[in-house]
Design a binder for this molecule. Structure first.
Ligand SMILES: Cc1cc2nc3c(=O)[nH]c(=O)nc-3n(C[C@H](O)[C@H](O)[C@H](O)COP(=O)(O)O)c2cc1C
Length: 211
């Protein structure tokens, strides 16, 4: 029997049962469960909180990942959580990242997570031709909700630094595919919210079918 592929689900939904983002994530997970093709590993960024790049961590990261030097036990310890999250990330074949838009970008804990797993020599590197992603053949799905609606038609897509950044970072790490499903209009009218969530669910159903 062939081994199931592994999907890592990373999420930040501080409003849990009130969260629209969680509604979409739960829907996608149910679809995956129905397909039965995946081993699912979850990471709740509010329960297992990623570290920030403090002065000590920036120094240790530079020394090891750019300088090629061995870290002291103390320096290695300061990188422990970042490295653990990196290892979990690298073990996955596919990644789902779910979070709401905060201040036109990703919430700080989600950015801290991305800072943890974007490690030179591990998920990306440089060679004679320039930057290369090392996460070849993997795919990512970003699930996002927001109060505003950001679309080509409204010509305000440029304000969305949330899904655009996440997709770019996955591509930077060499992911073959990085797509996003967004539901906007979450705090305007209940009708608009339901319509937007229903549309996002349709997209998620389609993506789950070929996941
Ligand atoms: C701190 C904070 C900042 C927010 N910033 C934005 C924003 O810049 N643009 C936007 O459209 N919505 C913004 N929102 C609204 C949320 O993105 C929106 O309500 C989202 O659906 C909440 O997701 P949740 O239901 O999963 O918690 C913000 C909400 C919070 C709490």
């Amino acid at each position: 029997m062939s081994k199931k592929s592994q999907t890592l689900v990373v999420f930040y939904t501080p409003r849990y049962e009130q969260s629209s983002t969680k509604v979409l994530l739960d829907f996608f997970m149910k679809e995956l469960e129905t397909n039965g093709s995946e081993d699912v590993v979850t990471l709740d960024l509010l329960k297992d909180v990623p570290d920030f790049f403090t002065a000590e961590r920036v120094a240790a990261y530079g020394k090891r990942n750019y300088g090629g030097q061995t870290l002291s036990p103390e320096e290695a310890k300061t990188m422990q959580t970042m490295d653990r999250m990196l290892e979990q990330f690298m073990a996955a074949d596919k990644v789902v990242l779910a979070y709401p838009m905060y201040n036109f970008s990703m919430p700080a804990l989600v950015k801290a997570y991305m800072d943890s797993i974007l490690q030179k020599g591990k998920t990306f590197d440089y060679n004679e031709t320039g930057q290369v992603g090392l996460m070849k053949g993997k795919k990512a799905l970003v699930i996002n909700t927001s109060a505003g609606i950001y679309t080509d038609e409204l010509q305000n897509n440029w304000m969305d630094h949330s899904t655009t950044l996440a997709k770019y970072l996955f591509k930077y790490m060499g992911f073959a595919e990085a797509v996003s499903v967004s539901a906007g209009g979450m705090s305007q009218s209940p009708e608009l919210k339901q319509q937007s969530l229903a549309q996002a669910k349709q997209e998620l159903e389609r993506i789950a079918g070929t996941w």
